[in-house]
Ligand binder design. Structure first.
Ligand code: SF4
Length: 222
């Protein structure tokens, strides 16, 4: 796998956008058009809490590290982990500034409840792959915490999930290199898309897509 230079790193959180809709990812990460709606604002508040570096926590043999900066040269990405739990373990790895050895376990916080798609799992897996590369360790499992259910969901980081993460980053780098924004393909994600208002005017240029909007507007106003 090729290695990327820092100046070519893409934002890790983008893998969520990319798996939701490739066009949405391109609008945000290539065209830099972003629109905050309630969903993202609420999500942001939860993230502000989890990214507060002043919160330090130690629970028995677990050290909780918040807002850890991460990167991967092979994926060509950089980002931040909400939480990395460092579980004291004789088979673990050395962590700078800490005595003993630890097994790192990433935990990603989400506002809502578990989704039907695997966007959250892809992001979590990418975080774990960064940590593995940085700390020279293996992370077989990680957790998603959902604000609505207040529950942790264990995610097994198997080869299939890792393969999809790699393929998506390769595709994102390909798109980014060509500054390519995919054309509109109306899909079921559009109704909950935070960029719909930015994407929609472009949709109107296409007659079949204009029909789609009319249909959706009628549904809303009826
Ligand atoms: S409105 Fe639909 S096509 Fe446009 S960015 Fe959102 S999900 Fe993608």
């Amino acid at each position: 796998m090729p290695e990327y230079n820092e100046e070519d790193f893409l934002l890790l959180s983008g893998i969520q956008h990319f798996s939701f809709c490739k066009r949405q990812w391109a609008l945000i990460h290539i065209e830099q058009q972003w629109q905050e709606n309630l969903r993202t604002v609420e999500g942001g508040i939860l993230h502000e809490k989890t990214h507060d570096n002043t919160i330090k926590e130690k629970r028995g043999d677990i050290i909780v590290s918040r807002g850890m900066g991460i990167f991967s040269r092979t994926l060509g990405t950089t980002g931040t982990c909400d939480v990395v739990e460092l579980h004291r373990n004789p088979g673990g790895v050395n962590i700078f500034g800490r005595e003993g050895t630890f097994k790192p376990v990433p935990v990603e916080y989400k506002r809502g409840k578990p989704k039907e798609n695997e966007a959250d799992a892809l992001q979590l897996c990418a975080q774990a792959m960064c940590l593995e590369e940085m700390l020279l360790c293996e992370i077989p499992e990680a957790f998603l915490f959902y604000g609505e259910t207040k529950r942790r969901l264990k995610i097994m980081l198997d080869e299939g999930l890792r393969g999809r993460v790699k393929t998506m980053f390769q595709e994102m780098h390909n798109y980014y290199g060509r500054r390519y924004t995919p054309k509109v393909k109306p899909n079921k994600s559009c109704k909950s898309c935070s960029l719909a208002e930015i994407c929609m005017p472009k949709l109107c240029k296409n007659p079949s897509v204009a029909n789609y909007i009319r249909k959706n507007l009628l549904e809303v106003t009826e």
